[in-house]
Design a protein around this ligand. Structure first.
Ligand SMILES: Cc1cc2nc3c(=O)[nH]c(=O)nc-3n(C[C@H](O)[C@H](O)[C@H](O)COP(=O)(O)O)c2cc1C
Length: 206
């Protein structure tokens, strides 16, 4: 078979972005809620997002700089307050999630623009999204600036977890009840398809 070949050092950033976001799929979405020092709440999705550690529990978001080098509101708020909340994106609110990525002035809140409801957290000031069943309250652990454009990789320690029992079965988060949304490439998103089950030979969990 002959493959198309690409050298990221020569094909240009747009093509590299298309290849990365087309190949690393489906991506979970870190829907981050924050608040700034003036009390303005913010909500934005980030799909360069994953879990990085269990003890202590940590998750990461890459919050790219704006083309002019300035920082997105989420990152500014995380730096200012040292906190953010991760909200799981579920099917009933996937459109609101997309709309929360629209660029709006710093003094306006995506909660108001999308009609979503901010509810208080326990250990942090950043609010949670009432309409979704899982929230992880996070304290900033570290911001690592990557590459020549210093794109910030934000690592947060999960200090408190909220899970609606309606999306659990026998102590596990139940994928069908949760109904999570993933990001594909371009403007494409997905719900769960067929769910497969296969155990290891020794039957142990890994
Ligand atoms: C599903 C989805 C995933 C996104 N993932 C990222 C991401 O990983 N990193 C990023 O910098 N921007 C990402 N964006 C764009 C930001 O959400 C967008 O720039 C947003 O306006 C930032 O808001 P803020 O300035 O209030 O922080 C994504 C947008 C969508 C719709």
């Amino acid at each position: 078979m002959s493959y198309l070949e690409f050298d990221p050092s020569t094909v240009g950033p747009r093509q590299v972005y298309r290849l990365l976001t087309g190949a690393v799929v489906p991506r979970p979405i870190g829907w981050a809620s924050t608040v700034n020092g003036k009390g303005v709440t913010n909500l934005a999705p980030f799909s360069f997002f994953t879990v990085v550690c269990v003890i202590p529990p940590m998750i990461s978001l890459t919050i790219a700089r704006n083309p002019d080098g300035t920082e997105k509101h989420t990152l500014k708020n995380v730096r200012e307050t040292g906190e953010f909340c991760f909200n799981v994106v579920t099917q009933p609110v996937w459109k609101e999630m997309v709309d929360s990525a629209n660029a709006i002035p710093e003094d306006d809140s995506e909660f108001e623009n999308t009609g979503l409801t901010p509810i208080p957290s326990v250990k942090i000031k950043a609010p949670r999204v009432k309409e979704v069943p899982i929230h992880f309250e996070c304290k900033l652990h570290q911001v690592i600036e990557l590459g020549p454009n210093r794109h910030p990789l934000v690592i947060g320690e999960v200090v408190y977890m909220h899970v609606d029992p309606a999306c659990m079965t026998n102590g596990y988060i139940d994928m069908k009840k949760l109904d999570p949304i993933g990001r594909l490439n371009g403007f494409l998103y997905m719900t769960l398809g067929e769910i497969m089950h296969r155990e290891f030979e020794d039957g142990q969990a890994r």
